[in-house]
Design a binder for this molecule. Sequence first.
Ligand code: C5P
Length: 319
Amino acid sequence: TVRSWPVWKENTSADDLFSWLKDLKNSFQAQNKYNVTLIWKNMSAKLSQQELLCQLKTRVPLTMIKAGDGPFKGEDWQKYLPTEDLNKKFENLQRCAVVSSAGSLKNATLGAEIDDHDAVMRFNAAPTDGYSIDVGEKTSIRIINSQLVHDKQHNFLTNPLYQTGVLIVWDPAPYKQDLQHWYSNPDYSFFERYMEYRKKHPEQLFYIMNPVMQWNLWDIIQENSLEKIQRNPPSSGMQGIALMMSLCDEVNVYEFLPSKRQSDICYYYQQFNDRACTMGAYHPLMYEKNLVKRMNQGTDHDIFHYGRVTLPGFRNIDC
Ligand code: C5P
């Protein structure tokens, strides 16, 4: 007999949320801060796993800002934007790990397993020091949001946490506007501090994500959801998953779909509780998780015990 494990359901709906979280979700949906113009329509036919993977592969290619793109021209950008392609730097990665920051990584003892991958991705302020038994110690790529770069309290320029691995920053941009429009209206102005960081740490690769990626990804999440989702960019976690699928043959994602350790603890590295961290408030996180559940090629057993989802890299998806 095949045992079934109580794990994330791919049709999780706003109706399953506490009413305060559902209200929060609906208010972000209504707000439309970034002027999303996609009109939602109820999908009659559900895409298969293969079709879904192909959507990601064909519509969310790896795109970093390069010197000369739109307003990113002139001497300074020429000097500070990396000239080397991200996929040149990470050629032929086989197995990659994406480590969410979820509280359910506390006591997960996944460190050795995570470090056994060719590359490991982490997010924002997620540390390894003091947590390596649970989350490992390798960091190959760290995705950070523009708020972290902008807000002084994070000490982004000097905190050694940010000085290992390749950095990639993203900022919530207006929906599918040209780069100039974003450049003059970033959600958090971070361009100057980006240059400052590059001046201080010229040896460390540090990319700016082209916002075309976040909104193409958002479209796919909305098109494949049964409800209207928050009209805000996908979470750092979801953006990172798509990015790693570009670089690697296989991607193991940890505690994005919660394991048996699921709790209301927000981050493994902090003490506060907030269910919104796992279910989403600003980000359409619940719908991201529904999608990842549908794309998972691993088992429910692995989700339940290890919080592990296994996704194929784009190279291994035939469309
Ligand atoms: O909050 P932050 O973006 O730094 O966390 C990294 C990522 O980990 C999130 O973008 C989200 O995808 C994931 N996460 C989660 N559940 C939590 C906390 C974080 O799925 N409780």
